[in-house]
Design a binder for this molecule. Structure first.
Ligand code: FES
Ligand code: FES
Length: 167
């Protein structure tokens, strides 16, 4: 199939590749840009394993063509760690045992990044609703919910430059 030049920006780094017009963003990120942290499960928009952030919004990269993302800012799980320091979400997933096989984890991290970095104190039902859009076959979800809650608090503390006062 004919390939066409494509310029992507992923985690702030430019990638100049050549891909078919019908290649998904998920496959483009993995196969052409070499960033295999984004996982592919169902390939039809159900599991959320392929979730990345495009121009600030969490999207399922198996439902988008790579060429549709030209000129947009893409964030993948590889961009969470900065200068050797894990993102508060990554720390919280480890601390709360929110992963087992880890296949779903990059998708959950990218799904939750927005709510964590907005420091939103989401009601339990809303947080559960948000996280219910991705599937995990291992954890039973409770630890994922606990980890995201902890990451929201940790992010707020970090942004405030210290320990959050609850009193
Ligand atoms: S692989 Fe994209 S939603 Fe399942
Ligand atoms: S940790 Fe295995 S699918 Fe979620």
């Amino acid at each position: 199939m004919e390939r066409h030049p494509l310029n992507l920006t992923i985690n702030g780094t430019p990638y100049a590749v050549e891909t078919e017009f019908r290649k998904t963003l998920a496959d483009t990120i993995r196969e052409d840009c070499g960033l295999t942290g984004t996982h592919v499960g169902c390939e039809h928009g159900v599991c959320g394993a392929c979730t990345v952030i495009v121009d600030g919004k969490a999207v399922r990269s198996c439902l988008m063509f790579g060429h549709q993302a030209e000129g947009m800012e893409i964030e993948t799980v590889e961009g969470l760690e900065q200068d050797g320091v894990l993102h508060v979400l990554q720390e919280a997933f480890m601390d709360h045992h929110a992963l087992q096989c880890g296949y779903c984890t990059p998708g959950f991290l990218m799904l939750a990044k927005g709510v964590v970095e907005r420091g939103e104190d989401l009601p339990e039902e809303e947080l559960r609703h948000l996280l219910s859009s991705n599937l995990c076959r291992c954890t039973g979800y409770q630890n994922i919910i606990a980890a995201v809650r902890a990451a929201i608090v940790a992010f707020r503390e970090k942004a405030a430059g210290g320990v959050e006062q609850t009193a």
